[in-house]
Design a protein around this ligand. Structure first.
Ligand code: PMP
Length: 460
């Protein structure tokens, strides 16, 4: 246990001197000082000044069972005593990896019965790139290797995963995307839907996939990858018409469908997996985050019978990580899945918490700053706008108002993230109705304060 024996300012100075943060303007943070989190329980995190903050983001969308579950601590300790590490490379296996693969095959829909273990969401998507290319190569169609994904999608931060992602800012910092990855537009009706109805827009955006396949030639396209609900892109819930049409197109042109369920997996959308919520059957599913509720790093690619038969039936698949199937991570994942199931956490989301949160969240649309309020299961977003009718953007640079709102939330002890001028939430699945009331009250207060500030500064 790290006791907080140093004053906050000293910890901040050390952090600034030695710790390089992900996705952070280092010097900017050094001037301001990081907020230092010392402990957590349930949906509450505590900082070094003793403030208790409602974590509306479940860490980074991952702490599905909430903080402080002793069962997971015990599972890790037991496994560390028994077998802290062994690899799964050279014709060896171990019990936690075997049991977890079996459990994931049971939980995953359709014929997703095979599991390749990875260390995170990013390297799981790198595995997927290599696996789908290997799949078509083994079928003697090596030219079928292009992967289509979406602008403003997020699939991770490695060279491969960031290429799949459609974050232009990431591509700009280092020669991405890698060859053989192309992007189509996202199904974000609020920002890009123009005069179309959401349904017509969903179809139009899905049909961009067909257009892109025809442009490249189906004989050159290996796979399409998408998040059932874009998370880091701003919790963009696609129109209902979108995913069935994507599935139809993938089947028609014999393109593998990869559902990146790193956020949407393990109860987040009210079902075990987002593809169940949206009625699609992928060939590969990427999972991470909620697999272990973030207590320990782990990711996986869950693979269909069809794909696994080809990969297993060919020569060695020359791919893997030291920590593929790490026994301690697998033991924690198994226990986490048991809690999600036997503690009724996923069932309670569907029956109780998600409907309660939905009613409250959609109520935020009555606030003068809020245009659409979208939510599926336990992930939601609100679009901030100066004009709800025209869905206008603020005159200030995108993200200026969102950042102010995020800072007001933080000041009001609520973690809510901003993506441009959208505010997003993804709380631990164990949040109670009473805690949802607190979340909504703090969000409203923060929105009010944001409105005062942008009026005063003429930012609208
Ligand atoms: N895919 C999706 C959909 C994600 O949201 C993320 C992380 N936010 C990743 C992949 C990458 O996961 P990681 O950060 O564990 O590498």
């Amino acid at each position: 246990m790290f006791e907080n024996h140093l004053p906050t300012a000293e910890l901040q100075a050390l952090d600034a001197a030695h710790h390089m943060h992900p996705f952070t303007d280092g010097d900017g943070l050094a001037k301001k000082g990081a907020r230092i989190i010392t402990k957590a329980k349930g949906v509450w995190v505590t900082d070094s000044e003793g403030a208790e903050i409602l974590d509306g983001m479940a860490g980074l969308w991952c702490v599905n069972v909430g903080y402080g579950r002793e069962e997971l601590v015990e599972a890790a300790a037991r496994q560390m005593r028994q077998l802290p590490f062994y690899n799964t490379f050279f014709q060896t296996s171990h019990i936690p990896a075997i049991q977890l693969a079996k459990r994931l095959a049971e939980l995953a829909p359709g014929d997703l019965n095979h599991v390749f273990f990875n260390g995170s969401g990013s390297d799981s998507n790198d595995t997927n790139i290599r696996m789908v290319r290997r799949y078509w190569q083994a079928l003697e169609k090596p030219e079928k290797n292009v992967i289509i994904s979406r602008w403003n999608g997020y699939h991770g931060s490695t060279m491969g995963a960031a290429s799949l992602g459609g974050m232009k800012g990431m591509h700009a910092q280092g020669g991405l995307p890698i060859p053989g990855v192309v992007h189509i537009d996202q199904p974000d009706w609020w920002s890009e839907g123009g005069d179309l109805t959401p349904e017509a827009f969903g179809l139009a955006r899905a049909r961009q996939l067909e257009e892109k396949i025809l442009e490249i030639g189906a004989e050159n396209v290996a796979a399409f990858i998408g998040e059932p609900v874009q998370g880091a892109g701003g919790v963009i819930v696609p129109p209902a018409t979108y995913w069935p049409e994507i599935q139809r197109i993938c089947r028609q042109y014999d393109i593998l469908l990869i559902a990146d369920e790193v956020i949407t997996g393990f109860g987040r959308t009210g079902n075990w997996f987002g593809c169940q919520t949206f009625g699609i059957t992928p060939d590969i599913m990427t999972v991470a985050k909620g697999l272990t509720s973030g207590y320990i790093p782990m990711g996986a690619s869950i693979v269909s019978d069809r794909v696994a038969a080809v990969i297993n039936g060919s020569d060695e698949f020359a791919h893997g990580y030291t920590y593929s199937g790490h026994p301690v991570a697998a033991a924690v994942a198994l226990e986490n899945l048991r809690l999600l199931d036997e503690d009724g956490i996923v069932a309670r989301v569907a029956a109780e918490t998600a409907p309660y949160l939905k009613a409250k969240w959609e109520g935020l649309a009555a606030h003068p700053l809020v245009g659409e309020a979208k939510i599926v299961g336990m992930m939601g977003s609100i679009a901030l706008t100066p004009n709800k009718e025209t869905r206008a953007k603020f005159a200030s640079k995108s993200g200026t108002v969102g950042y102010i709102c995020r800072e007001r939330c933080f000041a009001n002890n609520l973690v809510m993230r901003h993506v441009g001028d959208r505010m997003i939430i993804s709380p631990p699945l164990v949040i109670t109705p009473a805690e949802i009331d607190i979340l909504i009250a703090r969000a409203l207060k923060s929105l009010d304060e944001t409105l005062v500030r942008i009026n005063a500064e003429g930012l609208n």
